[in-house]
Design a protein around this ligand. Structure first.
Ligand code: TPU
Ligand code: MG
Length: 563
């Protein structure tokens, strides 16, 4: 079989497990799209715009380990690069593939359409270099294989996005056949001597403390260390909490699991036990202003060991070039038959109180946030994935208890409102066997609403809870002003516009508890498209966690310049 640059790329995408790639057409990439279409193992899925295309690939990567988006030069790619920044922040290997000007035009002095109107076309590559772990420009077929392999290999190893730019006249050029995929996907093992030294240092750290606790962070999945973390928890017997962005990265039915650690927004009892502990083993955490609640809940200092994806740092030590998974497995083995380090769990059981169950309405009672959260809770099964948008959705999702197997997807490091609609689309394409539930605010929805049309096109039964609280409530709680008011839409009505003549999406509005219950029944029966339930609640009907967290974040934002 003979290959072209485009079919080589398609085969590599299929070999790394992509059954789909996302695309928006443009004249620079049409030949490339033709080449990609020839590979029947990796279906082309279309998006409404390139920002959504990037986020769809990002959501797909969450379901499937990696994702790819194919766009046209500049007008397309510059929009997609926002989502690529997101993939970098969220540690997801998304391959952005952009078509580029004809190889003869580089350095020719020609001015081309879709460009900024100068004759140097390297600007897009330069921007991409800042936002990816590997960025390559392919202007000849000879060096295409090594450049494609380098970009994909680096992305998979680092769990970061990569960028491949292909001159539009090169994608159909003949090229070498792909070699064994193991050259791309096999990762080198940890440095053995460093791993041994790290195991000893962390074991000493744990042994010299009486009251250790494990804190699970959001890079744990990227580190491939979720199961290894459970083994360590089993071996130690101490409490385990997840950071907000790591919700669902540790089984919530595990006997050591206590909930979310997030300062005042923690699950009841968790902040208290983390104040009581004398040492924290933090697994792949991201400590930023949001996750530390405006730097007020930031575990640091000599009693905190930070075990990250490839680097471990604790008082007096720094080890790199080791895999977290191997480190945790070795530690679990070391502690397996030793007396349990379970004093935090014993103390937690003494002091914690369950969250009181909130009153919910029925029948004609005016709909409340609590009704929505309890409804979400009632729908969660082991096959469910909840995609939670920035806003009070974060805090509602955080309150939801997960049976084993249920997953949550959040984008807390990048925090681009509107991310969740295309990401839920991409996720549902990548995991059709799961039930995808999207929880999104009205303000966020207005950024990327059109991607619901792609859920309709592909008949994906995503359930969308759209919280219509008449504005940017999360911003209201941080700092209010007229800029937090938005134009109301007929959100439920939008679905019939998207359906046009053939779609099977459903849009329903709930203003009472009874209407919400009825809408959910409709949603569960609709298997041929998404169901959007517009939940109308008052502007200030939000979680207490949002209020307290918002106040801390506002204080951190408002610090005066240091003198
Ligand atoms: O539940 P609620 O009302 O807080 O959510 P909603 O309605 O989705 O409002 C979100 C408000 C919001 C904004 C405007 N959250 N963060 N921002 C700032 C922001 C602006 N632009 C982008 C792309 N991302 C952002 N996070
Ligand atoms: Mg809102």
């Amino acid at each position: 079989m003979s290959y072209t640059v485009g079919t080589y790329l398609a085969e590599r995408l299929a070999q790394i497990g992509l059954k789909h790639h996302f695309a928006v057409a443009g004249d620079y990439n049409l030949v490339l799209l033709d080449q990609l279409l020839m590979n029947k193992e990796c279906e082309q899925v279309y998006c409404c715009n390139e920002l959504n295309c990037g986020f769809s690939a990002e959501g797909y990567a969450r379901a499937n380990g990696a994702g790819a988006a194919v766009v046209t030069f500049s007008v397309g790619a510059l929009s997609a690069l926002n989502a690529i920044g997101g993939a970098y922040a969220e540690n997801l290997p998304v391959i952005l593939i952009s078509a580029a000007p004809n190889s003869n035009d580089h350095g020719s002095g020609h001015i081309l359409h879709h460009t900024i109107g100068t004759t140097d076309y390297s600007y897009q590559l330069q921007i991409a270099e800042k936002l990816t772990c590997a960025a390559v420009s392919i202007t000849s077929a000879e060096d295409a294989p090594e450049k494609i392999d380098h970009a994909i290999r680096t992305a998979l190893r680092e769990k970061k996005p990569a960028y491949i730019e292909i001159a539009c006249n090169v994608s159909a050029e003949p090229c070498a056949a792909p070699g064994p995929i193991s050259a791309v996907v096999d990762a080198p093992a940890s440095n053995k001597a460093t791993l041994d030294a790290a195991v000893k240092a962390v074991a000493d750290f744990i042994e010299k403390h009486e009251k250790p606790a494990i804190l699970v962070g959001s890079r744990l999945r990227a580190a491939g260390a979720e199961e290894a973390a459970v083994k360590l928890a089993d071996a130690l017997g101490c409490v385990v909490a997840t950071m907000a962005a790591a919700k669902s990265f540790f089984p919530e039915d595990h006997p050591s699991y206590v909930g979310t650690y997030w300062g005042s927004a923690s699950t009841p009892g968790v902040n208290e036990i983390f104040n009581w502990t004398d040492s924290i083993i933090a697994l792949a955490p991201i400590f930023n202003d949001y996750s530390t609640e405006g730097w007020t809940a930031w575990p640091q200092g000599p009693n905190v060991a930070v075990l990250d994806k490839n680097i471990t740092k604790l008082h007096g030590y720094a080890f790199d070039n080791i895999h977290l998974k191997e480190l945790l497995e070795a530690l679990a083995e070391y502690f397996k038959n030793k007396p349990k380090k379970d004093s935090t769990l014993v103390q937690y059981k003494r002091v914690h109180t369950e969250r009181t169950v909130e009153t919910t309405g029925k029948g004609d009672d005016v709909l409340t946030r609590a009704d929505i959260q309890q409804t979400l809770q009632s729908l969660v099964t082991p096959e469910t994935t909840i995609v939670g948008e920035t806003g009070d959705s974060w805090f509602n999702v955080m309150r939801t208890r997960l049976p084993r197997g249920a997953r949550v997807e959040l984008e807390m490091q990048w925090g681009h409102i509107g991310w969740s609609v295309p990401a839920a689309f991409g996720y549902a394409v990548g995991a059709p066997e799961r039930r995808t539930i999207l929880m999104v605010g009205d303000g966020s929805f207005q950024l990327t609403a059109q991607e619901v049309a792609q859920m309709i096109r592909r008949k994906l039964p995503v359930i969308i809870f759209l919280i219509n609280n008449a504005g940017y409530t999360i911003e209201v709680e941080i700092h209010d002003g007229p800029y937090n008011n938005i134009k109301n839409w007929d959100y439920a009505g939008i679905i019939s516009a998207f359906n046009a003549e053939d779609g099977k999406g459903k849009g329903l509005r709930a203003k009472t508890a009874g209407e919400l219950a009825d809408a959910v029944k409709v949603a569960l029966e609709n298997k041929e498209g998404p169901t959007l339930i517009e939940c109308v609640i008052p502007r200030d009907d939000c979680t207490s966690e949002l209020i307290s967290w918002g106040r801390h974040v506002a204080t951190a934002n408002g610090r005066p310049p240091a003198k």
